[in-house]
Design a protein around this ligand. Structure first.
Ligand code: HPA
Ligand code: ZN
Length: 353
């Protein structure tokens, strides 16, 4: 893949000066970064959840922030989703959605996450009678404010809930019509097992015809066949998670060749027991094989950390070096839906040392 001079240069760069773990953490925290796999409803912190429950006089099965946190002991994806949908039930009016989005964007500013592609789950709200005009107004108010105040770059991905029917996804796409100029892509999330990508072939095709890009969760709990399904039936630009691709050598070869990005979420994967311990995570193996792997937080409030925490967990538990970290950060820019010009500008910016 590299010419001889490039190989020597890369080796020199890797060996130049070995940073210790703290130095690596500080270095990656300060780098401009991108996040591509983030569910806004999964960034709802217990403090805001309790405050909104109070505001709307809703009763939650928690009496304190500590009780909320101690409930976050998950055994699998579904055990998390049950609490995630419960938490989202406190989001009711425009200002609730504004506050949710604003809190996450302020975190991006703090962590130097300069560009984000944020997923939201319309059906989680429309099923409760809360319409697009309510949550889109709150989201876009916060996004515009962050753009104006510090130049935050932000795109929105509308995710369909895969445990619901394809007709419900089609109706959702239809309801989104007046808001499509604020949406860059469609996605697919929620319970994976038993809900293969092929179930959503038609709605993804409709989204493509509307000019929307496409991503889908696949190969988190589901088998490699679901990743093939997302690639072949849904024509996705990226796979969310995708860590189970390692079980299928033909798929690995295909992903190396096609460079379809995987948006990997290390803390999520250990919290939901996709891997028992971070030391067992396969992200470095996938990266070193040449897949377009990226690092993301998924649902930071539920999984114990935002983007920097995910990089820090890799530094703490895996034998990752500065070269591999930089590659992961670069990959996120390359895998994003930002313009080619912006990508180039950022890539030059992060390659100065
Ligand atoms: N997987 C599937 N659905 C989700 C997730 C996830 O990690 N987070 C929010 N919805
Ligand atoms: Zn996710």
């Amino acid at each position: 893949m590299f010419g001889c001079a490039e190989v020597v240069y890369q080796l020199l760069k890797r060996g130049a000066r070995k940073m210790n773990k703290n130095e690596l953490k500080q270095w990656v925290s300060a780098l401009p970064k991108v996040e591509l796999h983030l569910h806004i409803e999964g960034s709802l912190e217990p403090g805001l959840m309790m405050a909104l429950a109070d505001k709307h006089q809703l009763v939650l099965p928690y009496s304190s922030i500590e009780e909320v946190r101690s409930a976050y002991n998950f055994t699998d994806l579904q055990s998390f989703l049950n609490l995630y949908y419960l938490g989202a039930s406190v989001l009711i009016d425009e200002d609730d959605f504004y506050q949710l989005m604003w809190a996450y964007l302020c975190k991006c500013r703090e962590e130097n996450t300069v560009h984000v592609e944020i997923m939201f789950d319309p059906q989680t709200h429309t099923e409760r009678g809360i319409g697009f005009s309510v949550f889109m107004a709150g989201f876009t108010r916060a996004i515009k404010q962050a753009e104006q105040e510090w130049g935050q770059s932000c795109l929105l991905i509308m995710s369909f809930l895969r445990h619901l029917s394809e007709q419900s996804a089609i109706d959702t796409l239809d309801s989104a019509t007046p808001f499509l100029s604020d949406i860059v892509a469609v996605g697919l999330d929620s319970g994976e097992l038993g809900n293969p990508p092929e179930k959503f072939t038609q709605v993804f095709e409709m989204a493509g015809q509307l000019g929307l890009k496409r991503v889908a969760h696949a190969g988190e709990e589901g088998p490699p066949e679901y990743i093939w399904g997302a690639l072949n039936a849904l024509d996705v630009h990226r796979i969310d998670h995708g860590v189970r691709s390692i079980e299928d050598p033909d798929l690995i070869a295909h992903l190396i060749d096609s460079q379809h990005p995987l948006t990997v979420c290390p803390l999520s994967n250990t919290k939901l027991k996709v891997f028992e311990h971070m030391q067992e995570h396969n992200i470095l193996e996938l990266l070193d094989l040449g897949l377009m792997v990226t690092v993301n937080a998924d649902d930071p409030s539920y999984f114990g950390g935002y983007l920097n925490d995910n990089y820090h967990a890799l530094i703490e538990h895996l034998p990752i070096d500065k070269y591999q970290l930089r590659q992961l950060v670069e990959n996120s820019f390359k895998a994003s839906f930002m313009s080619e010009k912006s990508k180039q500008r950022w890539l030059e910016n992060i390659n100065t040392d």
